[in-house]
Design a protein around this ligand. Structure first.
Ligand SMILES: NC(=O)c1ccc[n+]([C@@H]2O[C@H](COP(=O)([O-])OP(=O)(O)OC[C@H]3O[C@@H](n4cnc5c(N)ncnc54)[C@H](O)[C@@H]3O)[C@@H](O)[C@H]2O)c1
Length: 371
């Protein structure tokens, strides 16, 4: 595998996560050449320079298009707000670069389709930032299901809640604007959908309700601006494999910090997982004497790959940024032509189609098929 030159667009929350992943993938996995952190782009030159210095990039620019012209760059991490993903990803692939783009693909379904078309045409790797599927706990759950440990799964329920928008005094920012998408669907529901896709496959039909707790928010100049996105949503789903499912998401859920609460019900038991306790999986198997049955908690350890790449001791726990390092390793497998555990633009478009079908179902007031 040859050394990869990296360009990064955006240096906010996820920009830093990508930078940590690019710096961590070699020391953690060992079997890859150290990526070269070539150039960082952000909206103003001072911010870009400061973040490039902090993250370890050799140069910086205020114009993300400079990355397209830089021959040292093989792959571009896109961590800008949703409305820029399509333009940046398509331009990057047309310039011959691989792309690691944050979720969701794009606010509009048509743009997401163009992104996939550009990926197919360019033959470049195009991966989406669906880090939660990379948790060793989720790999364990997938294997556990494949082994029939809870019999035939027939229903799954996932709740994703955070409270970063719970305070009505939080000012209006880009996630409140329609240009970012529908809101809770693009921002949150896509993550549970990535888990469902990884564990069970596609969705055939959806029904959906959405809402917003606050009609408007204050802006920088002291005026108030109407909130254009929905901050909570409920989806009912029929899966292609015959299962049923629900997803409930809320960005204004006081007290919830990073909850992705997954339950899977089967004919012989059930599985429980919560991202707020991301190193644990609870399993219930209806076997043995009835008076001894109960939940068992499995703590992640070197027996749950690739946990062992981070730390040789059980129970020492991985964190959010470690999932991004694992995602980066999967991305490098794809670049090297190897199979990988990843949500590419192909899979990602199916997730996008599901949220657009959900939004249409909300408007129509009845179930909609996912194309
Ligand atoms: N995978 C995950 O778990 C996860 C978590 C949070 C956010 N995200 C996604 O990451 C993306 C970014 O979210 P965030 O929370 O990091 O946002 P953020 O506001 O913290 O950061 C966005 C960055 O992009 C920069 N930017 C804006 N326009 C730009 C342009 N034209 N050129 C270059 N840089 C530009 C901003 O200056 C900022 O540095 C979103 O698409 C979001 O959905 C994913």
């Amino acid at each position: 595998m040859k050394s990869i030159g990296v360009g990064l667009i955006g240096s906010g929350f996820m920009g830093k996560c990508h930078a940590i992943a690019w710096s961590g993938v070699k020391p953690v996995f060992g079997d890859v050449p150290a990526p070269r952190l070539v150039q960082l782009a952000d909206v103003n030159a001072d911010l870009a320079r400061q973040k490039a210095e902090e993250f370890g990039f050799s140069s910086s620019t205020a114009d993300w298009r400079d990355l397209l012209r830089n021959d040292e760059i093989d792959i571009i991490s896109i961590t800008s707000p949703n409305e820029f993903h399509a333009e940046m990803a398509i331009a990057a692939m047309e310039a011959g670069k691989h792309v690691w783009c944050e979720k969701p693909m794009a606010p509009s379904e048509a743009d997401a389709e163009l992104m996939l078309e550009a990926a197919r045409k360019s033959g470049r790797v195009a991966l989406l930032g669906y880090n939660y599927i990379q948790n060793p706990a989720i790999r364990f759950i997938r294997k556990f299901l494949e082994d029939g440990a809870i019999g035939t799964p027939y229903q799954t329920r996932i709740e994703m809640d955070e409270d970063f928008m719970a305070d009505p005094d939080t000012p209006f920012f880009w996630k409140h604007a329609r240009t970012s998408g529908y809101g809770a669907l693009d921002d949150f529901a896509v993550h549970p959908l990535s888990l469902i896709r990884t564990l069970f496959g596609g969705i055939s039909e959806v029904f959906c309700a959405m809402g917003k707790p606050y009609a408007d928010r204050r802006t920088g100049d002291g005026s108030r601006r109407a909130v254009e996105t929905y901050d909570f949503a409920t989806m009912l789903m029929r899966l292609e494999n015959g299962m049923q499912g629900t997803i409930e998401v809320n960005r204004s859920a006081w007290g919830r910090k990073g909850r992705i609460f997954l339950q899977i019900f089967g004919s012989k038991g059930m599985i429980v997982y919560d991202q707020e306790r991301m190193n644990e999986v609870e399993v219930y198997q209806a076997t043995g004497p009835a008076n001894e049955q109960g939940f068992k908690k499995v703590l992640m350890s070197p027996h749950h790959p690739p946990y062992e790449k981070f730390v040789p001791a059980p129970g020492h726990q991985l964190g959010f940024n470690d999932l991004k390092i694992i995602e980066c390793r999967e991305l490098l497998k794809l670049v090297n032509g190897e199979p990988a555990n990843a949500i590419t633009f192909e899979d990602g478009l199916q997730i996008e189609k599901t949220i657009h079908a959900a939004a249409r179902a909300f408007e129509a007031g009845h179930w909609k098929k996912v194309d």
